[in-house]
Design a protein around this ligand. Structure first.
Ligand code: NDP
Length: 329
């Protein structure tokens, strides 16, 4: 039986549980595309599965949520792709040589975008875009807060929000990270490592009459959630979309009534659940890149064998922009 290499884990834990195993190459099926992955994107969610914060269906589990590569074969009924096409895709278990995915979650890589850039931008780009369009639809002139603004998702949020005409208050843990956020369009910079009282005060000082921001986009979670409630203005929106510092504590919804705040906990996959939605947002995302409104920032390309180091760097707050895995060829 033909086999391929895959990054898996058989029990949850630290990076020491990660192993590279030989697994069978999947057989092509109707409506599916078999892709030889060249690069896989590394996302924070991959660390949640590895650590056990999010459950996995079974062990051993293959990690990874997106990749870019070359179509190896297509199943019956597939019309948009043919062997040899350069594609980018979402899926479960993409830290591997060959992925079998439905045609619906695959897109051609547009001209001018490198494969590694495509692997770097799909999930974080679609997350940022769908949240700016649907979680809270950003209007020209809005003042919004973006946490962890120099991270992978953060830097895309900053650039897209800028393109949509927002005034951006960006947070990060170091002066260097804040400078990077500024270079990508952030208007006001707040270092949140001084603690909640300080960053809340600093953020409010940048808003009209100290009333707070129209919307908060927060992928940090536990460490920032309470402060978010303080800096969201009356009738504003709090978009809590991740747990880089841990999941926010359980929340009594009655508290929202103090300022009639809208609270969302969105997941990308529920925004791009149909072919139409996936195609619509993917094309819009690629449009920003083509128009030079969105630059793809790759922190580093790690060889597949160095996946443990990639997870350590991401969880250790040692990165800016996106981490990419070069799959063994
Ligand atoms: P990032 O590149 O943003 O890395 C996470 C950043 O979070 C760090 O660089 C760090 O920046 C900040 N951070 C704050 N506190 C901590 C902490 N205790 N430990 C580690 N990092 C911390 O990662 P991603 O762009 O991949 O993901 C960002 C968030 O977006 C994650 O929460 C992820 O789960 C979420 N996400 C959600 C999706 C959804 O569908 N809901 C889809 C995609 C991503 P600093 O040093 O500046 O504080």
């Amino acid at each position: 039986m033909a086999t391929e290499k895959a990054v898996q884990f058989s029990k949850t834990g630290g990076t020491e549980v990660l192993e590279i195993n030989d697994i069978p190459i999947p057989k092509i099926e109707k409506g599916q595309v078999l892709i030889k992955t060249v690069y896989a994107g590394v996302n924070f969610i991959d660390t949640y599965f590895r650590s056990g914060l999010y459950p996995v269906p079974a062990f051993p589990h293959t990690l990874g949520s997106e990749g870019a590569g070359i179509v190896e074969a297509v199943g019956d009924g597939v019309t948009k792709f043919k062997p040899g096409d350069n594609v980018v895709y979402m899926g479960s278990g993409t830290y591997r040589e060959y992925s079998l995915v439905p045609e619906r979650v695959v897109s051609h890589v547009p001209d001018g975008l490198k494969l590694e850039e495509a692997a770097a931008v799909l999930i974080q780009g679609l997350t940022a875009l769908t949240m700016l369009r649907e979680s809270y639809s950003v209007n020209k002139g809005d003042t919004i807060l973006i946490h962890a603004a120099a991270g992978g998702t953060g830097l895309i949020l900053v650039q897209l929000a800028k393109a949509l005409g927002a005034t951006i208050i960006a947070t990060a843990s170091t002066a260097e990270k804040l400078e990077i956020a500024k270079q990508h369009g952030a208007d006001y910079l707040v270092n949140y490592s001084g603690g909640e009282d300080q960053w809340v005060k600093d953020v409010l000082a940048y808003t009209k009459n100290g009333e707070g921001v129209e919307a908060v986009y927060d992928g940090v979670g536990k460490a920032t959630f309470e402060g978010d409630l303080k800096v969201t203005k009356r009738k504003g929106t709090l978009v809590s979309f991740g747990n880089a510092s841990g999941s926010p504590d359980p929340f009594v919804i009655g508290r929202l009534g103090d300022k009639n705040i809208k609270l969302l906990r969105p997941r990308l996959f529920a925004y791009v659940a149909t072919q139409e939605e996936f195609d619509h947002y993917t094309q819009e995302l690629f449009g920003y890149i083509k128009n030079n409104q969105l630059k793809v920032n790759i922190h580093k390309i790690y060889p597949m064998q160095d996946i443990a180091q990639a997870h350590k760097d991401l969880e250790g707050r040692a990165t800016t922009g996106k981490l990419v895995l070069k799959i063994l060829q």
